[in-house]
Design a protein around this ligand. Structure first.
Ligand SMILES: NC(=O)c1ccc[n+]([C@@H]2O[C@H](COP(=O)([O-])OP(=O)(O)OC[C@H]3O[C@@H](n4cnc5c(N)ncnc54)[C@H](OP(=O)(O)O)[C@@H]3O)[C@@H](O)[C@H]2O)c1
Length: 370
């Protein structure tokens, strides 16, 4: 079902830029040197945002992006765009960024957590976590939590409604996420190198029957691990679980009147440098047909894609969405249901567990959140 609604969205829906005025607002966008983040930056400026923080792991790439934004927006002064370093593969960098934002910025009206990657290969971060897990999930959630006081302060002082936008993906529908019942903990299981690249755990459901790949002969012949998102889909699901639980807790916290709206947009499949990260899995490389399949798949994805500026409109829409979108997944600028099992009793239990585990991994005490 999801596959058909995905195709419908890609072929027949063109999200529109919201009719919203971001005057006086300060907006932080992570990973805004390229792709969707860069296009979203352009759109926020076009909608009159006052200050833009380009949060990037490479300040030279960030400065190049700033230059390009200034050239296309001659009415904007150079001081309205700042490039700040942020490397999500390091908790130290995330904490330094949040400290700086909290002390130097007068207000933060939207924190757009857009940076992310599809690692594909198992690489450990300096903090000892598999990199995709740390960058897309643990550090991204840590930044969200650390920025909460500033977002609240902005709500109180400027009587507005700040937004915390985490750019997620419809690939979360594909994640089989068997680790959800892992005895030693979910994140610990996901950090196990031996289990990292098992393709049939993450293959789209239409290729599976009773949890097994439908075409085992073909799979072994081609060494078929062509499905690109692998770990990526799981990290996108974890983002959704974390934000849903975060929003649920914020709504019932004593300081509920001053809180940001938390949104989870998917931009849809978009043509960005992201596709450049998709490398053939190691076992596909060892077989020529595996490599051919990989590149055929990549070509097909590019053919299906939206332009990056069209996808970015969904991010800008999520940064000014109303209360109905609080804690919700959004597709084409509208609230959509997440994958079904998340709404079950098991889903609620796993959501809470994921939230607690991520906080613990990021070194945050639950009590500090309220
Ligand atoms: N493109 C799609 O079809 C699609 C679909 C659904 C969701 N998304 C999501 O949209 C977001 C943006 O992706 P995109 O398509 O625009 O790809 P992109 O152009 O590759 O942008 C990714 C950004 O994340 C940054 N980044 C990667 N690792 C980082 C780290 N350790 N610390 C800080 N920044 C880091 C990258 O910086 P560098 O340039 O330095 O590498 C880049 O600026 C991602 O979260 C992605 O999951 C994309």
């Amino acid at each position: 079902m999801f596959f058909f609604s995905f195709l419908y969205s890609q072929f027949f829906v063109t999200p529109a830029l919201p009719d919203h005025d971001f005057s006086n607002q300060t907006i932080i966008i992570t990973g805004s040197n390229s792709g969707l983040g860069f296009e979203a930056a352009k759109q926020f400026l076009a909608l009159h945002c006052f200050k833009l923080i380009i949060a990037v792991r490479s300040t030279s790439k960030g400065e190049a992006a700033k230059q390009s934004l200034l050239e296309t927006n001659p009415h904007i002064s150079a001081s309205q765009i700042e490039v700040w370093p942020l490397n999500l593969s390091s908790f130290k960098s995330v904490r330094a960024f949040a400290d700086r934002a909290s002390s130097e910025l007068e207000r933060v009206d939207a924190l757009v957590e857009n940076a992310g990657l599809d690692g594909g290969r198992f690489v450990l971060s300096e903090d000892g976590w598999e990199s995709t897990l740390q960058i897309n999930v643990i550090s991204t959630c840590l930044l969200a939590v650390l920025m909460l006081p500033k977002l609240r302060q902005t709500a109180e002082r400027f009587k507005g409604t700040p937004h915390l936008v985490l750019v997620t993906s419809d690939t979360h529908y594909w994640a089989r996420f068997e680790e959800r019942n892992a005895e030693g903990g979910i994140l610990r299981a996901l950090n196990d190198e031996e289990k990292f690249n098992s393709s049939d755990r993450y293959a789209p459901h239409f290729l599976l029957a009773e949890g097994k790949f439908r075409f085992p002969a073909l799979q072994s012949q081609l060494k078929l691990t062509f499905h690109p998102p692998l770990r990526y889909a799981t990290t996108k699901l974890l983002q959704i679980l974390f934000i849903r639980e975060f929003a649920r807790r914020l709504k019932s916290s004593p300081s509920a009147s001053y809180r940001p709206i938390l949104t989870l947009p998917t931009p849809g499949l978009c043509h960005t440098p992201f596709f450049g990260q998709m490398k053939p899995p190691e076992n596909a490389v060892s077989h020529p047909l595996g490599t051919v399949t990989h590149y055929a798949m990549k070509g097909m994805l590019i053919a299906l894609s939206r332009r990056a500026d069209v996808g970015a409109r969904t991010i800008v829409t999520a940064a000014c969405a109303g209360k109905e979108a609080d804690g919700a997944f959004m597709m084409d600028g509208q609230v959509r249901e997440v994958v079904g099992w998340v709404l079950t009793e098991e889903g609620r239990r796993v959501q809470e567990k994921v939230f607690r585990e991520i906080l613990a991994a990021a070194g945050v005490k639950e009590g500090d959140l309220v």
